[in-house]
Write a protein that binds this ligand. Sequence first.
Ligand SMILES: C[S@@+](CC[C@H](N)C(=O)[O-])C[C@H]1O[C@@H](n2cnc3c(N)ncnc32)[C@H](O)[C@@H]1O
Length: 198
Amino acid sequence: MNSHLPYSQACENNKAPILEKLREIFNAPGTVVEIGTGTGQHAEHFAAALPHLQWQPTDHPRAAHLAVARLQQAALPNVLPILELDVNQMPWPVSACRWAFSANTAHIMAWEEVETMFQGVGACLQKDGAFCLYGPFKHEGGFTSESNKAFDQSLKAKASHMGIRDIEDLSVLAETTGLALKDDYAMPANNEMLIFRR
Ligand SMILES: C[S@@+](CC[C@H](N)C(=O)[O-])C[C@H]1O[C@@H](n2cnc3c(N)ncnc32)[C@H](O)[C@@H]1O
C-alpha cells in the first residue's frame, strides 16, 4: 500500500457497512456510475468485492486526479478509468447505466448541483436500476443527531451553499427526474443510505 495516496479515514470506517448494502441493491450485472469518487477507496473496495459490476468512477474535474494512482495500482479488471464529471455539465459523459452510487456529496454540493445530480442520474439510469445515495440527512427539517447538527453548522461556516439535505426535499426532487425514493436504511454513525428507483 502506497502511504502517499489520498486517503479518507471516513471511507475506511464506512466502506464495510456500505458494501453490505450495495451487495443487496446492486444484485445483478451492470455498470455503476459513481459520482464524486474522491480518493477512490470506495471504488476499489466495492469493485473488488462485487465482480459482477463494472465500476465507473467519476469526479469533478478539480478532484478527478485524486483517485487515479490508487485505482491504477489496484488494477481491477472491472474498474474503468475515472471520468471527469461535473454534475452541472449536461449531457454527462456516461451513457446508460444500471446502477448509480454517490457518498457524502449532497451536503457538499450546492442545492442547484444536487438538482443537476438527480437530473443526470435520471437521464442515464436504466429502467430496472437504482441510485444509492449515502450520507447524513435531515428528516422534516430536523437533524437525527447532535453530531449531524454540529457538522451542518461547520459546513455552513466553511461555505454557505453547503449543508445537510432534507430527505423530503430529495424525495420531491427525485420525482421531478423520474425517480422515486423507495428505501431509507439507517447506517452507522448517524448516516443513511437512500435508494431511488425509476
Ligand atoms: C466529501 S467528498 C466525498 C468523496 C467520496 N465520495 C467519499 O465518500 O469519501 C465530496 C465529493 O463531491 C465531489 N463534488 C463536489 N461538487 C461536485 C460537482 N459539481 N460535480 C461532481 N462532483 C462534485 C467532490 O469533488 C468530492 O469528491
